[in-house]
Design a protein around this ligand. Structure first.
Ligand SMILES: [Mg+2]
Length: 353
């Protein structure tokens, strides 16, 4: 689901810059709480209990709760068990069944605290129970505990997807994200572009300046690439070694060209001095961009393969340039390459000579 990723990206960014971001935007940093109860008086009571420390979303029915859980991505749900229509147990089961809401912890709020009720609730994936009528002090303490646990698990989940050196997403995240963007592009009939980016003569750079400088070079380039793919849906990941990948949803060939220009310009403007026998005085990159035009039906992997072949082409034609290609065939990409392949020379922008 796209909501899961856009929210996750936000989390990823937040967990990386941590306290800094929180200081910038206290509203963002406040935990999100979804309160669900068919009795408006109960919802109001819980709202008053948490309004100071949480962003509180309220629902008075099961369907509304599911919609809000998916769109608002709360950190915790306080869920009434007894509701007309869609009851709390069913809501909990559906939250678990949906990939976009699976990770959101649920606390049941119920007048029925028999062992059997609790067992059923726990089987459904609830993390805790709170007895009605609620005691604000107890509810607050329980909620704080579970919000803390949620923060920790979010952080752990984000580390799994972060590249340790550059702090951008890693290859695992790229693969998950590509699959999801792929489905969206198929469903909505929108174009999708994948850009593979490789630092030119990086081995020479490492040999000439050492691995520490090499690492720093990669970090600076990652930052420049992040700025180049700057729309909210664009996603940068480290693909491996000195290779990065940009996933560009809803981007056709001409959009991909604009991104390519920003990438080349951004990297050269870093002004990282390169080894004397490299392609330019400053560090440059080569790119292969494969585009799946709107309405063209091809699987995801061949598009990445195509981007890879295009990157190779950009390299072999002199580096510091981008080769573009479009997927055409409905039964998959033709073996030899793409429908349209074109290498565009960039030249040394801002170079000393
Ligand atoms: Mg009720």
């Amino acid at each position: 689901m796209n909501t899961v990723f856009s929210h996750f990206d936000e989390r990823l960014t937040r967990s990386l810059s941590g306290a800094l971001d929180d200081a910038h935007d206290p509203a963002q940093a406040r935990p999100r709480l979804l309160v669900v109860d068919d009795q408006p008086a109960n919802v109001q009571a819980l709202y008053r209990t948490f309004a100071d420390e949480c962003q509180v979303f309220m629902a008075t029915g099961g369907e509304q709760a599911l919609t809000l859980a998916e769109s608002k991505q709360p950190d915790l749900v306080l869920l009434d068990v007894e509701m007309p229509g869609l009851g709390g147990h069913e809501v909990c089961a559906r939250l678990r069944a949906n990939a976009a809401t699976r990770h959101i912890p649920v606390i049941f709020v119920t007048a029925h605290t028999h062992v059997e009720d609790e067992r059923l609730g726990l089987d459904l994936g609830a993390v805790d129970f709170i007895a009605k009528p609620i005691n604000p002090t107890i509810v607050r303490a329980r909620v704080r505990t579970h919000l803390k646990l949620k923060r920790q698990s979010d952080l752990l989940r984000s580390w799994v997807y972060i590249d340790g050196l550059t702090g951008v997403a890693n290859r695992r995240y790229f693969e998950d994200r590509l699959a999801s963007e792929w489905r969206r592009s198929q469903r909505d009939g929108t174009p999708l572009s994948v850009a593979l980016i490789d630092v030119d003569f990086f081995k020479k750079y490492n040999d000439g300046f050492g691995h520490l400088m090499g690492d720093e070079c990669l970090c600076r380039i990652a930052k420049a690439l992040k700025t180049a793919g700057r729309r909210p849906g664009d996603m940068l990941a480290r693909y491996g070694g000195e290779e990065f990948v940009l996933v560009l949803p809803d981007t056709d060939s001409s959009g991909a060209r604009e991104v390519s220009e920003r990438v080349h310009r951004g990297v050269v403007q870093l002004g990282i001095i390169h080894a004397t026998d490299a392609v330019a005085p400053y560090v440059t990159v080569s790119m292969g961009i494969a585009t799946k035009p709107a309405g063209v039906d091809t699987p995801a992997e061949p598009l990445v393969d195509l981007a890879d072949r295009l990157l190779y082409q950009a390299k072999s034609q002199g580096r510091n340039r981008t080769a573009y290609g479009e997927a055409m065939a409905s039964e998959g990409l033709p073996k030899g390459g793409a429908g349209v392949v074109e290498a565009v020379e960039v030249g040394a922008i801002g170079g000393a000579g």
